[in-house]
Design a binder for this molecule. Structure first.
Ligand code: GRF
Length: 206
């Protein structure tokens, strides 16, 4: 299953997927292309250094969102991408993109959804005073971080946490959760029934 990974920044989740693939932990999913919407995204160079094609499609050079999304779709289709993983991709995708990859776009978000969608999720969690934070992998729908949940993992909030320390501990968990979820999809272990998503266990390694 050819994977397209969309980033805007550091790309540490993207690298976690690339490294999981190299280690044989991504099922049949193969990172085929990394696309950034910003030319200065550090993840572009990291992907290339790991041997993955990486291209920039700069959203700022388009006047219409639908046109930007169509160029994204064309780039992914040209590489026969079957599953799209958003990994710190900071643009909301509309129908021009989502209709082209229906049920085949996933995202990772640094909060236990439906709490704290949108920007600065970790800051929102600290401001609210929750004791348990975490991260969520979900299918992408037309809303912001509202799609059906595939996997979640909890991270304890410590009394002395600030946004940086909490974000860092959540990120370390993201780097495990995202490859596991993509692997489950690639292995055909993920079944959707409306909002309920069932993930069957991986077959034990003999
Ligand atoms: C991650 O926390 C991810 O959950 C969020 O944006 C951050 C991206 O980090 N959507 P990176 O670019 O993968 O390092």
């Amino acid at each position: 299953m050819r994977l397209g990974i969309l980033i805007s920044g550091a790309g540490s989740n993207m690298m976690a997927l690339v490294e999981a693939h190299a280690a044989g932990r991504l099922g049949g999913a193969v990172p085929r292309v990394v696309i950034a919407n910003r030319p200065d995204a550090p993840g572009l160079a990291r992907a290339r250094a790991a041997g993955v094609e990486a291209v920039c499609i700069d959203h700022a050079s388009f006047t219409e969102r639908a046109r930007f999304e169509q160029v994204l779709v064309d780039a992914l289709r040209a590489r026969s991408v079957e599953l799209v993983a958003l990994a710190g991709f900071m643009r909301v995708l509309g129908p021009a993109f989502l209709n082209a990859f229906e049920n085949r776009v996933v995202n990772i978000h640094p909060a236990l959804l439906p709490s704290f969608p949108g920007m600065h999720a970790q800051r929102q969690a600290l401001a609210h005073g929750v004791k348990v934070a975490g991260c969520t992998v979900h299918f992408v729908d037309a809303g912001v971080d509202t799609g059906p949940i595939i996997a979640q993992a909890a991270v304890e909030v410590r009394d002395d946490d600030d946004e940086a320390t909490l974000s860092q501990r959540i990120l370390a968990v993201e780097h495990k959760l995202y490859p596991e979820a993509i692997r489950a999809i690639a292995e055909g272990r993920v079944a959707r029934d409306g909002r309920r998503v069932r993930v069957s266990p991986a077959r034990p390694v003999r």
